[in-house]
Design a protein around this ligand. Structure first.
Ligand code: SF4
Length: 351
């Protein structure tokens, strides 16, 4: 057990990446980096971290920021509930903790958007408290080195891995140990093609000895995905268009997109024009379909979205079509609004 920690720490000190959030013990920056890096690769998250750290240098700056600005800055990173929780948590830290991040694992865990992993990461990296982190990298390293085939997404698996991680934790150097095992999983014991030949744990690794590297870790459930078909109505009249704020309980809450008709499958022009949704929307207004975009395929964790943008010129001012949560804007103001990546891609292609 001791050898495990010593080996990964030695490896870490020689191989770690120089990342900006590693050069600080400020819990605010550590929290910021951890939220950004959930479900996001380091190379993709880096620019977002730098933008947030520079725009909001303290938790107080973030707490007092306009929500629209926070969402706009997050644009393109996906999983937008993270941005909403980030903002709410900053406000809670500001109002209930006088702008100081709490320093106990239990108090950190109470904050919105912070689960066991993130609480352990902040408690150990910022305050050097002995809490073991268990993220995807840690599951992989432990499953392979110790030959654990209990599914990592089962209740029993979570318990088993957590107990082992706690047992292995170097209580004298919890921050270093946690950083080391995560980095080891990210760079050395990678999901595909781990570098077993040059691995310092090779002699103690069950998976290497038994040739089971590709079989570990085990996951029991397959993520179910559903297909969705979006028909975005991009209306234009006198250089104005309509966007809407998404407020329903669905993906992309508080972001903006266009009026939308969702269909069971992809529509051709005939089906679109005959649909009762379109007829209801357009009424007697004279219009012309100027263009229909290609199909944009957008993959989320549980959904595949197939979107087409129906570009429609209206003969009448758009004001009468502006419904609840919809905003009539000049086209050149659209970049002021936070939009999902899919809409951003479409707008880029339109230029
Ligand atoms: S020998 Fe291979 S599978 Fe085992 S810990 Fe090292 S990199 Fe991972």
């Amino acid at each position: 057990m001791k050898a495990f920690s010593a080996k990964i720490i030695t490896w870490y000190l020689q191989n770690k990446r120089d990342l900006p959030w590693r050069n600080t013990q400020d819990p605010y920056y550590i929290w910021l980096s951890e939220i950004i890096l959930q479900q996001t690769r380091v190379d993709q998250g880096m620019s977002y971290y730098l933008k947030f750290a520079s725009e909001f240098p303290t938790v107080t700056h973030l707490a007092k920021a306009d929500n629209e600005k926070v969402m706009k800055l997050w644009q393109g990173l996906g999983y937008y509930s993270r941005a909403r929780n980030l903002h709410t948590t900053a406000q809670i830290v500001q109002s209930e903790h006088k702008g100081q991040f709490p320093d106990s694992y239990e108090a950190i865990l109470q904050l919105k958007g912070i689960g066991e992993y993130t609480a352990a990461a902040i408690a150990s990296f910022a305050f050097n408290k002995p809490h073991a982190v268990v993220d995807g990298n840690v599951y992989r390293v432990l499953a392979r080195v110790f030959g654990i085939s209990t599914p990592i997404d089962s209740t029993q698996g979570k318990k088993e891995f957590k107990e082992l991680a706690v047992t292995l934790l170097n209580k004298k150097e919890p921050a270093l140990h946690n950083q080391a095992i995560m980095e080891f999983g990210a760079l050395q014991c990678k999901p595909v093609n781990p570098d077993c030949i040059h691995c310092p744990l090779q002699s103690m690794c069950y998976a290497f000895e038994k040739k089971k590297v590709d079989a570990l870790p085990v996951k029991s459930k397959k993520t179910k995905t559903r297909d969705r078909y979006f028909n975005y109505i991009v209306l234009t009249n006198k250089n104005n268009t309509i966007i809407r704020k998404r407020t329903e309980k669905d993906i992309w809450i508080n972001l903006h997109d266009f009026p939308l008709i969702e269909s069971e499958k992809e529509w051709d022009e005939h089906t679109f024009l005959k649909s009762k949704e379109w007829k209801k929307l357009i009424g007697n207004t004279k219009f012309k379909i100027r263009n229909v975009s290609k199909t944009y395929k957008h993959i989320l964790s549980h959904q595949k979205i197939y979107a087409r943008f129906w570009e429609i010129d209206s003969a009448e001012p758009l004001k009468k079509w502006t419904g609840e949560n919809e905003i009539l804007i000049p086209w050149n103001k659209i970049s002021n609004f936070a939009v999902p990546r899919l809409i951003d891609q479409y707008l880029e292609d339109r230029k």
